[in-house]
Design a binder for this molecule. Sequence first.
Ligand code: PEP
Ligand code: CO
Length: 433
Amino acid sequence: MLQQPEWPDADALAAVRERLGLLPSLIFAGEARALRHQLGEAAEGRAFLLQAGDCAESFHELSVIAIRERLKLLLQMSAVLTYGATLPVIKVGRIAGQFAKPRSSPTEMVNGVELPSFRGHAVHSDEPTLAARTPDPERLVQAYYQAVSSLNLLRAFTKGGFADLTQVHTWNQEFVSTSLEGQRYETIANEIGRALRFMQAIGIDLGDERSIHEVDVWTSHEALLLDYEEPLVRKDSTTGDWYACSCHFLWVGERTRQLDGAHIEFLSGLHNPVGLKVGPAMEPDELVALAEKLNPRREPGRLTLITRLGAGRVRELLPPLLRAMREAEIPVVWVCDPMHANGFVTDSGHKTRRLDDILLELEGFFAAHHEVGTWPGGVHLEITGEDVTECLGGSEAVLEDQLDTRYETLCDPRLNARQSLDLAFRVAELMRG
Ligand code: PEP
Ligand code: CO
């Protein structure tokens, strides 16, 4: 089985799996069905998916502030997209469980020392010592409890008034509001406020409108560690079907998507909506075979294909994939991950991405769908609400010699809040165009 940690103690792992199997599920199967239904709308061109969050969540970032700032940005981006494109936006976080990373190389160099590559806090510590990098199954239980508390707070914020549309101004963070994007956001927030007052003025009772006062923010992460995911699969008592209950939506990554591999087998047995990353090596017939396995009943919303093809290649590689899937008549949500095929390492040794390349891949994604006549159903992004310097560019450009200032990611470089908002405006324009 690919990309699994070498747990040093099989008995300890077995005991952890047993404990996880006895713990309550994090989600209710009915929620996964509701998300599948919403994604069905995106598959058929009536909604848009915004899936975003950290590359790797950290065990050290469980504060109210950390979660609140992530949520704020997601709500802001979603307001920009909804207002700009006048379409429902489905909000899915890479949050409350994104603790495991696949790696291309088993080892990495840290300060001149070769160490086992960092595989996420669900596996080991990121500290650069051999002892700290030894996999510890106890961390799977810790990942569970961390996900529980994140999800609990998310539910409180999204259902308890924080995400109320009348709060649209308060989601603009101070370091964002002074920027060009922040001011553009203020304009939209003002217009949303006016629209709400208009509705009230003509006698619509906004107090009763649940959709104004509450939002659904669904959770997702990569289905990587099967020793974590398998014990959290539960049989839904209302339908008798099997659901992954560690989050609402799981995806399989580019490194573990083999047709006969354990990860695809695992996803194929679930009833949740699921995702598949699609990299530049994917052949059209291979994609159809994978989709056939993951969505044999051809349900809209069951399968999301997350393409990450690269700014320079998306226009050439995406159309044949779109045509092959249309010919196979398997409905899917097409989503663009403009992050993972546009990374590079600077001379100073920082892994980074250019906002311009990210936007270029997004443009190519929309152009390919326009060419073939399919629906560009969403975006999948690595972002953070913090004012980090990990990706290059933006209107208040992060320059190469500034990467060191606040380079905080545990794995891949994320867009900061200003860059993310900038991107949301560009996507809204692409959707309108
Ligand atoms: C990721 O989403 O963080 C990731 C590792 O992506 P991919 O599998 O597409 O490389
Ligand atoms: Co990543």
